[in-house]
Design a protein around this ligand. Structure first.
Ligand SMILES: [Mn+2]
Length: 308
């Protein structure tokens, strides 16, 4: 049995791609089960509930050498601890290639599109496997989530075409209304503890010798997040110390207005934000303008900065 899972601190794409790819593998004759590496965020819980789908189980401890398939990630720092002791047989992803090594020749499918689900839809078409309506809804949701309904610069024409294709199969007639409902669910953060808010969409990246944690809160209600700035900075500070990180950033992305204002933890982060992005900080917040994509606009600039 192949265990299929997305990254730590899973988002909608990480969860739904595991579900859909495991189903695709089963339908093409491979025994596979979807798992998750963390709690669902509110958007993902909304998506699964709308689709009538039960969340995958948390990945149990696997025996050494167990076959696994990675979706929506490939870097060790974003995966299950001990990944190096497992056998990566497949990766379907739309992120930069990191430190992945394998012990057997793997099936790898990487494309620079807006969402793993776009690639999974193509896999169905290429294999002449029909997309089931429930899977169509899950994949459409993932694409709307990852591309912020086509606002993100990661969006490609294929993502748009695939959403139109999946909407017809899923019977979703008003994609805009559905996307807004998803974003409202994501923004309804209630009294979520600050450390959970930080980790909701959070990844660790190695930059040379340094390791940085970069969180993103995509919301239609940034005022709520900034109202909790002090507690969030405390959570960032604790995470930086506990995980031995060189820096921690938390970007607050206003989905509807397409802006990024990033919480600045210390002089270290302030200096890097100024030198890598030309972003000045005021009141503990740096204005990163319209850089709303961590994958395409934040991480590459930091890689270039730390490579100097
Ligand atoms: Mn993704």
């Amino acid at each position: 049995m192949v265990a299929v899972f997305g990254h730590l601190n899973p988002d909608t794409d990480a969860i739904t791609s595991a579900l859909v790819y495991a189903n695709f593998l089963r339908r093409t004759g491979v025994d596979a089960t979807a798992y998750r590496l963390g709690e669902l965020n509110r958007e993902t819980a909304f998506v699964l509930s709308e689709a009538g789908v039960v969340a995958p189980e948390v990945l149990p401890e696997l025996p050494k050498g167990a076959p696994v398939a990675l979706v929506d990630h490939n870097e060790g720092a974003q995966s299950v601890p001990g990944l190096a002791d497992l056998t990566v047989t497949r990766v379907v992803d739309h992120h930069k290639l990191g430190d992945l090594t394998t012990s057997v020749p793997p099936y790898l499918r990487f494309e620079p599109v807006g969402c793993t689900a776009t690639i999974l839809t193509k896999l169905h078409r290429e294999a002449n496997v029909s997309v089931e309506p429930q899977d169509a809804r899950l994949m459409l949701s993932a694409i709307l989530s990852d591309t912020l309904h086509f606002r993100s610069p990661t969006t490609t024409p294929e993502d748009r075409e695939v959403v139109a294709y999946l909407a017809a199969i899923a019977g979703i007639t008003d994609v805009t209304a559905y996307a807004l409902a998803m974003f409202a669910a994501k923004s309804d953060l209630g009294d979520t503890p600050a450390d959970q808010l930080l980790k909701m969409d959070y990844k660790v990246f190695p930059f040379g010798e340094a390791k940085w944690g970069i969180g993103v809160i995509e919301t239609t209600n940034p005022a709520y997040v900034f109202g909790r700035a002090e507690a969030l900075r405390q959570a960032m500070d604790a995470e930086k110390a506990n995980a031995g990180l060189n820096g921690v950033l938390l970007s607050v992305v206003d989905i509807l207005n397409e802006t990024n204002r990033t919480l600045v933890l210390s002089a270290t982060e302030e200096k890097v934000l100024r030198e890598a992005f030309g972003a000045e900080s005021a009141g503990g917040v740096a204005d990163l303008g319209a850089r709303i994509s961590r994958k395409k606009q934040i991480v590459p600039a930091l890689e270039a900065y730390f490579a100097q």
